[in-house]
Design a protein around this ligand. Sequence first.
Ligand code: BT5
Length: 262
Amino acid sequence: MPYSPEDQQWIQSQLRAEYIGREIMTHDSVESTNDIAKQLAGNSDKDGVVILADSQTQGKGRLGRTWYSEENVGIYLSILLKPALAPEQLAQLTLVAGVVLVQTINEFSRTRAYLKWPNDVLLNGKKVAGILTENYQENKLSGVILGIGINVNHARFPVHLQYIATSMAMENGEIFERLPLITFLLNHLDQEYRTFLSEGVSATVDQWNQNSDMFGKHITMTQGTQTFSGTAMKLDEEGHFVLLTDYGEEIAFDSGEVTLME
Ligand code: BT5
């Protein structure tokens, strides 16, 4: 079911947010909630607005990839944030969102979710949620769009995703209500985001390290045309991903794609 006006009111009534979620806009089907948030970027009073859709016809992943966004069963939302962040902080904001996202899923799921760097949440090794952070810059205006997709009640996935994607329902054998997940997510994101702006990323990094099960595992890291293999060590204080290569060299990455080898 698409979100009703009552659903929107209920979400709004549950939000304690000072910043994120001061305003919620719900839609049935859209191309991409990130794109709608971008269209609002010119309005100075839309800082912290949340765009929530029941389905997306052109949901976006990173690097031109697509996000499968079936109706009724998922959460697809984007948040418009106005303070301009340096590119370094943009990657850190993905970590902030990741920590809150994994905590939200674990609040409701009996099967424990873990973070996979840089922007995935996994349940039993399959992707249950993803984050897309985009910078925008237009007519001297700049800011960030934070997009979050969660597979909540999907019963199955298209063939091309069936071995890599899962839903909270598939891993727990039960159906979850979307609205409490949404309000938990937004309330906690508001808190973490404000802490991040005032105190920096260090508390987030600690939480991130505690909520990932990649460390100590053998991985390959692909960045552009280069591939490195070695052991995943941790996120360092700035949130860079530290790899100990098979040749004994430590390299810190600020972007890249990780493939688990075991
Ligand atoms: C992401 O990209 O994981 C970012 C996903 C962000 C989606 C949200 S939904 C609300 C907002 N509006 C948007 O338009 N987007 C955001 P990436 O790491 O590039 O992963 C994309 C890859 O994950 C695809 O190439 C598929 O292999 C896989 N995939 C696609 N749909 C999936 C799904 N629903 N669940 C799990 N994996 C999926």
